[in-house]
Design a protein around this ligand. Structure first.
Ligand code: ADP
Length: 332
């Protein structure tokens, strides 16, 4: 699959393509301006930057921004994720080894365990944790002072965070999907770094199928590069991009195989819905979260699927896009 999550990623190439400074970071003008103020002010005061929460779909640049925050603050960065922290002790070990001013990037912060989350509240607010030693009635809490640090939390859904956690972030940035023109700049920038030659229409074709997401733009560029190299002279034109993306089953609207299978299940198996998320996920053989966080935000945004209180419903545009006729079309 070329369109969805980050799992089968060529991480070395992805790392090489990451912008290293706020100035290099394409798009997200509001987030960039606000973050620049937060960081510049902290730097001027010689202070550690406030905790930052980044919310937005996968691949929009949350990890990249956390690294930029560290770079702009001249601070080291530690990267971990919610699912990796199952016990409060795991978090205590990380927190107690932080250096002063260090950035701690906690990806998927909404998936942390409850006890770890509670420990984090105190760490964020008072730069202190209570380490519990022993068990049962003899257990004692030993307070441990922490150096000031900046927590950068990332989540695909800020709404899932408990309010006490959300409130402890000094700054929350919501990352939007990118405009086609911004994605074109991402493609041109990456093409330059990968030493791929692409003309403007070729880059625009890749950008327009990238679902508003830089990670996908970079991935499609790499696949188009492969095709251009093997089947042509290596130069990326609109026609080459079209042929390549047809091979990888990414259609003109940027829907990939996962998106289409979600829509197909919804239309063919459930007559267009409403159907519950879990049922839909089982029908396409995917995790509930993959359907909800990878496929749906884009399908909703494209006006192909609606989330209603009774379940997922296909819009008329979905029937049209897949070339199918609704069962009770209401036609005379
Ligand atoms: P997230 O953490 O939100 O899933 P990442 O920060 O890992 O996303 O970004 C995925 C890829 O997309 C990175 O390799 C990076 O090169 C690219 N990218 C993300 N945002 C931008 C941007 N604003 N400008 C240029 N490239 C970007």
């Amino acid at each position: 699959m070329v369109g969805a999550g980050a799992d089968v990623e060529d991480s070395a190439v992805e790392a090489a393509l990451r912008p290293k400074s706020l100035a290099e970071f394409v798009g997200q003008p509001t987030v960039r301006e606000q973050l620049d103020l937060v960081l510049t002010a902290a730097r001027q005061r010689g202070a550690t930057a406030d905790h930052v929460l980044l919310s937005g779909a996968p691949g929009l640049g949350k990890t990249t921004l956390s690294m930029i925050i560290a770079a702009e603050m001249g601070a080291p960065i530690r990267i971990t994720s919610g699912p990796a922290i199952q016990h409060a002790g795991d978090l205590a070990a990380i927190l107690s080894s932080l250096q002063e001013g260090e950035v701690l990037f906690l990806d998927e912060i909404h998936r942390m365990s409850r006890p770890a989350e509670e420990m984090l509240y105190m760490a964020m607010e008072d730069f202190r944790v209570d380490v519990v030693v022993g068990k049962g009635p003899g257990a004692t809490a030993i307070p441990l002072e922490l150096p000031p640090f900046t927590l950068v939390g990332a989540t695909t859904r800020a709404g899932l965070l408990p309010p006490p956690l959300r409130d402890r972030f000094g700054f929350t940035a919501h990352m939007e999907f990118y405009e086609p023109a911004e994605l074109e700049r991402v493609v041109h920038r990456s093409a330059r770094l990968l030493e791929v030659e692409a003309d403007a229409p070729g880059a625009a074709e890749i950008a327009s199928r990238s679902r508003g997401t830089p990670r996908i733009a970079n991935r499609l560029l790499r696949r188009v590069r492969d095709y251009a190299q093997v089947k042509a002279d290596g130069f990326v034109t609109r026609e080459i991009a079209r042929q390549a993306l047809a091979v990888y089953e990414v259609d003109e609207r940027g829907l990939d195989r996962l998106d289409r299978s979600v829509l197909q299940a919804l239309l063919k198996l459930f007559g267009g819905g409403p159907v519950g998320l879990s049922t839909l996920a089982v029908a396409v053989g995917e995790e509930r979260e993959t359907v909800e966080e990878v496929a749906e935000p884009f399908l909703v945004r494209e006006g192909l699927l609606a989330r209603t209180p009774r379940g997922r419903v296909a819009t008329p545009a979905a029937w049209e896009h897949l070339g199918l006729t609704p069962p009770r079309s209401g036609a005379p």
